[in-house]
Design a protein around this ligand. Structure first.
Ligand code: GLN
Length: 284
């Protein structure tokens, strides 16, 4: 029988070849909190209690996956984003903290307004679902090229009790619109933007587990997703409509130029909380 305190220590130790001590402990705590349905302090408070044999068997099985490098969010099948819980599977990118700031920008600008929003490349649906939750007067639409991702996104709308209209759509296809005739006030997107050549410098638990389709773009056409978003925006945005995108810190000059070339005005870049230029917004 193992006590909760021993579990924290053992899992942290077992993950140390993979992560540094702080990160290993963070993963161990996050895993056990979710698995046991406890707050972090409760793991300490109940440190001398032991867990049942059935749960223990499940934990051992999960720890094997964690040791192989599988991200804890995939092992748990869920993660937190904007104060809500989202289902995740290897069909979708794990929502990132920076993306909460993108959501925040849209919420601040459109709070209380009856606007129509399209989330292009919705993945887990984290952007679309949190916008629908926080902007109850808005109508939210979301697309992805992957049916598997859409299934996860739909489950997240349901799990968080919001209505989002989903459709499969390849953003490259600027001739066919999934919601024909619908005009939008906001097009928001956190598309794939990591140049493929960066793969070599990234952590194995990202590159081996998260969908390449959601992460990488070819070095020779790094901005293709933003071109697609810009072209879609020209067709579907209202006169006063705006684009909000997340991007790579290196892309800002090129990206603001790209939007200007597509006829957009007022292109502005914003930094994330870590001080990296991360978001671009522009008006139609
Ligand atoms: N929009 C989703 C997110 O922000 C998916 C992003 C992606 O797969 N590139 O997490």
């Amino acid at each position: 029988m193992m006590h909760i305190k021993q579990l924290v220590t053992t899992i942290t130790q077992q993950l140390q070849p993979l992560y540094d001590e702080r990160e290993a402990a963070a993963v161990a705590y996050l895993y056990l909190q979710t698995k046991l349905g406890m707050q972090r302090y409760e793991l300490v408070l109940h440190g001398q209690e032991s867990v049942g044999a059935q749960i223990m068997a499940e934990i051992e099985h999960d720890v094997e996956k964690l040791k192989e490098g599988c991200p804890v969010q995939y092992v748990l099948g869920e993660t937190e984003f904007y104060g809500m819980t989202f289902n995740v599977s290897p069909a979708v990118l794990i929502p990132r903290q920076e993306t909460e700031e993108l959501v925040q920008m849209v919420i601040e600008r459109y709070k209380g307004q009856n606007v129509r929003i399209w989330d292009v490349g919705t993945g887990s649906g984290c952007i679309a679902v949190s916008l629908a939750k926080m902007l109850p007067d808005a109508e939210v639409f979301a697309t992805d090229v992957s049916e598997d991702a859409l299934a996860v996104a739909r489950s997240n709308a349901q799990r968080n009790g919001v209505g989002v209209t989903f459709a499969r759509h390849d953003m490259r296809d600027t001739d066919h619109f999934p919601f024909d005739g619908t005009r939008f006030d906001v097009v928001v997107s956190n598309p794939p933007y990591i140049p493929a050549s960066d793969r070599a410098t990234m952590h194995r638990n990202v590159t081996d587990y998260e969908p390449s389709l959601a992460l990488f773009v070819p070095d020779e056409d790094k901005l293709w997703c933003y071109k697609a978003v810009a072209e879609l925006g020209r067709r579907v945005l209202n006169i006063s409509g705006r684009i909000y995108v997340e991007t790579y810190h290196d892309f800002h000059n090129e990206l603001t130029e790209l939007f200007q070339q597509h006829g957009y005005t007022d292109a502005q870049s914003f930094k994330d909380l870590n001080g990296w230029l991360r978001f671009v917004t522009c008006g139609r």
